[in-house]
Every structure is written in structure tokens, then in C-alpha cells.
Design a binder for this molecule. Structure first.
Ligand SMILES: [Zn+2]
Ligand SMILES: [Zn+2]
Length: 342
């Protein structure tokens, strides 16, 4: 089977043996796979300590082609499924440790990631699969990480008692995750302030349903004037400037939800203790979601409340070119590979 691999950061399309599904695993024939900013970060070596050799790709839709022992309890051959990062860390969680039992499988010490979906076939723990209705097309593969991550972040607003009707800033609103967050926060009843850079991107933010679409450099002034600060900022930006802005936009006692993962070279999030005292924000990180979140998101997509905006479609052989375009901000929304065989 064809698969994309990084060899010390250099992208290669290789012929690899078809994997064999192990205990409770399913072999999936990939129909479509989305390109996440994380794939680019790994390829570029942005995160110190993350290896730049190995298979990549972690969001996909496909068909169950074979089952390992025990997997028949969770999936059937022929099922059309989304390979959501439903265990937060990915494809496996133990279900019995203190983290799993309190609904945070991302922290499970036995978690195993989903990685390697830029391939014709892929093995995954069958319990983490979510079946798709026909109304959710193959182009929705980016729901698996991009959509789920946005959903997980917006859902945390409810957990932190941010009431519908309140103003919420989405920093990096035109991107692969931000465009989902606008739709999801709208569906939850929030007043969405979408922040991004450039007229085209802001027009896109508006078209996704944002109450306000504002340039990053004007955001602080507009948000202060319109709302006296937002109740929550969700920061999808991969730049530290986006993190700083997210904090700045908050009203007193606001909630800061970090989602983006800037390169190590971007430095640290800084907060002056006196500002901390004055503003008294709650700071949290939100990574992907759990398998129940994935099921809920699939329902939202099926009912038309959430739709992936696919700004680029290509074949596996175009992956390197798509990375360059993503880096240069040449398309809005998400890119999808729908031809894994060439
Ligand atoms: Zn991702
Ligand atoms: Zn666990």
C-alpha cells in the first residue's frame, strides 16, 4: 500500500506492507484524510522533542476492511467510519485508570495515538471508531481532529459556566479549526467574535456566521468598545501573538482556552502577576475530545449545523505541496486528500 512517511523531516511516498489488525483492531481502507497543522509542525520540526521520522496523518474517513480478534464487538466489515481522535490522545485508552474514569482519556498512561492515516490502509482500535450516516460525506474527514478539537474547546465553555448569549472570541477564526469553532459556538448560542488577519480571511469568518469579524490589530479596541471584553477567548493561533491577544481580549474573570501549539521557538506565554491579579482569568488547555464528543459532533454534521470548509483537495503525491500552501496561508479552512493511491 502507498503511505506518506517522514524521513528526518523529508516527506516520501513509500510502498509499505498492509498492516494486520491486532486484538480489537480494525483495518480501514482510507477514503479521505485531512491535513492538520500538527502534521506540518511535525514535518518542520517545530516542536522540540517530537521525532521527524515516521508515518503521519491522524484524521480520516474510511471503510472497515478486516477485523482483528474481538473487534467484531465494535465494528463490522463494510462499516463506513470516522477515525476520530476519540480517546483524545488517539486510538486507544484503557478505560479503567483514574483519568479515563473521570472522562479524561487524553491523560491515560496507556493511550496510543492515531498516527499514519496518509496511507491507503490503516489499523485502529475498533472501540474508537464512530459510524457515519450517509449524510456526512467523505470530505468531512477533518471533523476527526480539526472539528473534534474545536468542539471539545467550545464544549468547555459550558463546563466553565459561560452562558449562551455571551461574547466569545475565536483567535485564528479562518483556519482549519477556527472555522468549525465559529459554527459550533453559534449553534451553542454564543455571540462569536472571529479574529484573523486580512480582508479575505475576515470575509470567510463572516460567511461562517461570526457576529463580528475583526482584524487582530483592531480586536482589543473593538471588543472593549462593544462588550467590555469577552467572557472567553479560544486561541487556535499557532503564534504567540495570538495567545497574547486572547488574554488581552478577556473581561475580568474570563476564560482563556488554549488550543494552538506554537513552535517551541515562539517562546512562552507570559503573564504579569499584577495583571493576573487584576483580571483573574481562568487558563485552560483543550486538546481534541473524547469518543462521545465525536459522536455528538457527527450528529451536528448530519443535521447540517457543522460543515467542513475544504479549501484544498489533492492526491497523496501532492502532500508536500499542500504543506507549503498551508504554511503560506494560501487556502482557508481545511485540506483533504481524497486519492490515496496516487
Ligand atoms: Zn490534528
Ligand atoms: Zn486510562
Amino acid at each position: 500500500m502507498k503511505a506518506a512517511r517522514l524521513e528526518d523531516g523529508v516527506l516520501e511516498i513509500q510502498d509499505l506492507p498492509t498492516p494486520t489488525p491486532g486484538h480489537e483492531e480494525a483495518l480501514i481502507r482510507i477514503s479521505s484524510t485531512g491535513i492538520c497543522h500538527s502534521d506540518l509542525h511535525i514535518a518542520r520540526g517545530d516542536w522540540v522533542g517530537v521525532p521527524r521520522t515516521g508515518v503521519i496523518g491522524h484524521e480520516a474517513i474510511g471503510i472497515v476492511e478486516a477485523l482483528g480478534p474481538g473487534a467484531e464487538r465494535y465494528a463490522a466489515i463494510g462499516d463506513r467510519v470516522i477515525l476520530g481522535l476519540g480517546g483524545s490522545g488517539g486510538g486507544y485508552w484503557c478505560g479503567a485508570c483514574e483519568y479515563c474514569l473521570r472522562g479524561e482519556p487524553r491523560h491515560c498512561s496507556q493511550t496510543k495515538g492515531i498516527i499514519g492515516t496518509f496511507a491507503e490502509q490503516f489499523c485502529v482500535w475498533a472501540k474508537s471508531l464512530v459510524k457515519l450516516p450517509d449524510s456526512v460525506g467523505d470530505e468531512e474527514a477533518p471533523l476527526a481532529c480539526g472539528g473534534l478539537t474545536a468542539y471539545g474547546a467550545v464544549k468547555k465553555l459550558l463546563k466553565h459556566h459561560i452562558q449562551p448569549g455571551r461574547a466569545v472570541a475565536i483567535v485564528g477564526a479562518a483556519g482549519g479549526l477556527g472555522h468549525y469553532a465559529i459554527q459550533i459556538a453559534n449553534a451553542f448560542g454564543y455571540k462569536v467574535v472571529g479574529v484573523d488577519i486580512g480582508a479575505d480571511r475576515l470575509e470567510f469568518v463572516k460567511s461562517m456566521g461570526a457576529h463580528l469579524a475583526v482584524e487582530a490589530e483592531d480586536a482589543a479596541e473593538i471588543v472593549e468598545r462593544e462588550f467590555g471584553g469577552v467572557d472567553a477567548s479560544i486561541v487556535f493561533s499557532a503564534r504567540m501573538a495570538g495567545f497574547d491577544l486572547g488574554l488581552k481580549l478577556l473581561r475580568r474573570g474570563g476564560l482563556f482556552v488554549a488550543v494552538g501549539l506554537p513552535a517551541t521557538s515562539e517562546g512562552n506565554l507570559e503573564l504579569n502577576p499584577f495583571e493576573f491579579f487584576l483580571k483573574d482569568p481562568t487558563l485552560i488547555y483543550s486538546a481534541v475530545g473524547n469518543v462521545q464528543d465525536m459522536r455528538e459532533l457527527v450528529e451536528m454534521a448530519a443535521s447540517g449545523q457543522v460543515k467542513s470548509h475544504i479549501g484544498r483537495v489533492g492526491a497523496l503525491s501532492e502532500l508536500g505541496a499542500i504543506f507549503d500552501e498551508l504554511e503560506a496561508g494560501k487556502y482557508v479552512g481545511r485540506a483533504v486528500i481524497n486519492d490515496l493511491g496516487s
